[in-house]
Design a protein around this ligand. Structure first.
Ligand code: GDP
Length: 471
């Protein structure tokens, strides 16, 4: 710091001491102190925090207001099964056929854009909550507006409510499409009534939720619905800056035999270009080619555009963020850093209890109690085993039985074990195949026994560090 000030270290130390800081030459001083010392020497201290570019959220870019332009809304369609989500998505897609574009959008890349009143709307092409939820689980909120489809002849169903809760949790505005209005038993008022119970009150009922009656099959009301989407989008004032490097989210990705890793990405900000060095999830690449939702090669993809990209080193996950960097080399470095960080995090999460390293974990003080789930052929055996195990006490570490049951080891046993860091003992039972797979993924330790005494002995030995290594 003294060097930066072009002063002797002793002069800086003197000032520090005058401020009451008994400093030595290799003392660390904080920004506030530096600012104060700077003042003393009539120097203004500016500082820039170092940004970890591998953490995309940390990379902040300030946009000049004049660079911001309106961007199309990104819309998801949700609702109960068979209420018409797919049919509605097809209708929207067809509504876009313009002269010279017969056939319209033939390419399914996971999202598509349509135009209405000279404005674009982006639809995520995966009906249902799966896309919405996996993306949100990865921290990506891509949706600006949700269309909730409710069949007029069926009414509010469990998945309708689920969809509402997803949208509310993500704070995404909902437009209700009352579908199948062509059906003789269509009853839109009943839907309005039912939805008020979930906080969606129609405008003509004094609320602020937009309801649009449609028939996806006949194509009726589709234009009205699109218009409402544009209206809600206008209120949201969705903006982006097309004059900077792109960032966004992976919508879909797969390994194509001929083309290698192919990912559909949604550009959320900036403009994506062929030739860009890109990081998507933990992978990197230089964009070799981009293909839009009409199967055409494009050179650029502006904000809210979905586009298929070629050139990634491997297949990222839906919901993974992507970002453009100076060049491929930089992208590679960032991707490697992201991967290393993820491994590190996984290692932390994988400090899961297993009998093989139980002793070590006990010694390191990581474990004070061994959580156990017991599944047995009959509840009586499970209880007997429980009683015996609970008597074990090795140097103050005890066994805690968190669940017992009769029957095969199921997936829900593994979920419970995984959530509560437990091992699973099967007595005269085996895991179901999918439970076995899940246990491997979740690193849950399953021990199978036919003799109660052996089960007890194994646990005791593990707690004492006397377990024979398994081969
Ligand atoms: P999803 O499961 O929500 O994607 O529902 P689909 O779009 O697959 O539709 C389920 C069924 O309802 C299909 O047989 C459609 O043909 C039918 N359907 C969809 N929309 C309408 C509509 O507006 N009117 C009528 N009568 N049937 C419809």
């Amino acid at each position: 710091f003294a060097k930066l000030l072009r002063k002797e270290a002793s002069e800086v130390i003197k000032k520090l001491i005058m401020l009451g800081i008994m400093a030595t030459i290799n003392q660390e001083i904080d920004v506030d102190t530096m600012t104060l010392i700077g003042d003393e020497f009539n120097v203004t201290v500016n500082y820039k925090e170092e940004v970890d570019e591998s953490n995309f959220e940390e990379v902040e870019e300030v946009d000049a207001p004049e660079d911001l332009i309106e961007r199309p809304p990104v819309v998801t369609i949700m609702g109960h099964v068979d209420h018409g989500k797919t049919t509605l998505l097809d209708r929207f897609r067809e509504s876009n056929i313009t002269a010279g574009e017969a056939g319209g959008i033939t390419q399914h890349i996971g999202a598509y854009q349509v135009e209405a009143n000279g404005k674009k709307v982006t639809f995520l092409d995966t009906p249902g909550h799966a896309a919405f939820t996996t993306m949100r689980a990865r921290g990506a909120t891509v949706t600006d507006i949700t269309i909730l489809v409710v069949a007029a002849d069926d009414g509010v169903m469990p998945q309708t409510v689920e969809a509402i809760n997803h949208a509310k949790a993500a704070e995404v505005p909902i437009i209700v499409a009352i579908n199948k209005m062509d059906k003789p038993d269509a009853n839109p008022d009943r839907i309005k009534q039912q939805l008020t119970e979930h906080g969606l009150v129609a405008e003509d009922w004094g609320g602020d939720t937009i309801f649009v009656p449609v028939s996806a099959i006949k194509g009726e009301g589709i234009d009205d619905l699109l218009e409402m989407v544009l209206l809600v989008a206008e209120v949201q004032e969705l903006k982006a800056n097309p004059n900077k490097r792109a960032r966004g989210v992976v919508i879909e990705a797969e390994l194509d035999k001929a083309r290698g890793a192919v990912a559909t990405v949604l550009v959320q900000n900036g403009t994506l270009k062929v030739g860009d060095g890109i990081v998507a999830g933990n992978y990197f690449g230089k964009i070799r080619a981009m293909i839009n939702d009409r199967g055409r090669r494009v050179k650029v993809a502006p904000p809210s555009a979905p586009v298929e990209i070629l050139g990634l080193s491997d297949v990222p996950n839906p919901g993974d963020p992507f970002m453009v960097f100076e060049d491929e080399r930089k992208a590679r470095a960032i991707a490697e850093k992201r991967e290393a960080k993820q491994k590190e995090e996984e290692r932390g999460a994988m400090s899961r209890v297993t009998l093989d390293d139980l002793f070590k974990q006990i010694q390191e003080g990581e474990i004070k109690e061994l959580n156990v789930i017991i599944k047995a052929d009959v509840q009586g055996s499970a209880e007997a085993l429980k009683g015996s195990l609970e008597k074990i006490d090795v140097a103050g570490v005890r066994v805690k039985i968190i669940h017992t049951g009769a029957g095969a080891i199921s997936e829900s046993d593994i979920i419970l074990a995984s959530a509560s860091n437990a091992i699973v003992i099967g007595f005269n039972v085996r895991p179901q195949p999918n439970a076995r797979v899940m246990a491997e993924q979740e690193k849950v330790d399953i021990r199978l026994h036919r003799v109660i005494y052996n089960a007890i002995e194994e646990i005791e030995a593990a707690m004492k560090g006397l377990l024979d290594p398994e081969f």
